[in-house]
Design a protein around this ligand. Sequence first.
Ligand code: B1M
Length: 212
Amino acid sequence: MEILNEISKQLQLGDDEKVLALTKQAIEQKIDPKTILDEGLISGMNVIGEQFRNHEIFLPEVLLAAKAMYAGMDQLKPLFVKEGIPTRGKVVIGTVKGDLHDLGKNLVGILLKGAGFEVIDLGKDVPPEAFIDTAVREDAKLIGMSALLTTTMPMMKTVIDLLRERNLNGKIKTIIGGAPITEAYAQEIGADAYGFDAAKSVECVNNLLAAP
Ligand code: B1M
């Protein structure tokens, strides 16, 4: 669809105002919000990732693209989050220590809220203990961790090992996700689930918290 290509293109150009206006327009045209997200915003960000890896663009361009992505996400958020529905349980989410990427984690949070979970978002650069201490204090049944860097992935194992040390594994479930994460890695470190994308993550959390 033309408008989705345009959202993707303007995101790549880092034009947050145009992305905001186009996302509004797409919503008015009754295009499915998930399609706007996947085929407009995320598709544009994927191109940025590729160009960044190939050294065709540099950090300032990536930052502008992230700002534009947020402008679009802000418009879509109310469509994913329904207010006033009874909570289906508390979950703690965050991006692991050393990692400042939060777009994906925030998307997962938005969809989890939309599915009726109470989401405690610890933000980014979250120390391992903070995930566990918060989950215990808040009586949350699940910890969700995001990592986008290969160098910060091991932090997820640190959290899961700490849960084991405190005899909390099984009582507090874990889901991990982020671009470098795979199902195999989730299994290797003993995470309860791997969230390929935000929608898949909601399915996983539903299943994990439905299980006794
Ligand atoms: Co960075 N960055 N970045 N960056 N950045 C990557 C990750 C990189 C792959 C780019 C590249 O080289 N192609 C590369 C990592 C290489 C590696 O580790 N092997 C990289 C690098 C190197 C860096 C810096 C080191 C650059 C530097 O300083 N020289 C630096 C690190 C800073 C730090 O964290 N300490 C850095 C900085 C940044 C910005 C700040 C400029 C910006 C982040 C802005 C922000 O998040 N607020 C940024 C961005 C935007 C990217 C790319 C281009 C896009 C990431 C993104 O937001 N994607 C990224 C390239 C890429 O990923 N291919 C890149 C869109 C988002 C919706 O997708 O986060 O994958 P994603 O989330 C998905 C799924 O993964 C999943 O669901 C989401 C929705 O479908 N998911 C979960 C994610 N978290 C989940 C959690 C779950 C479940 C599912 O459960 C809780």
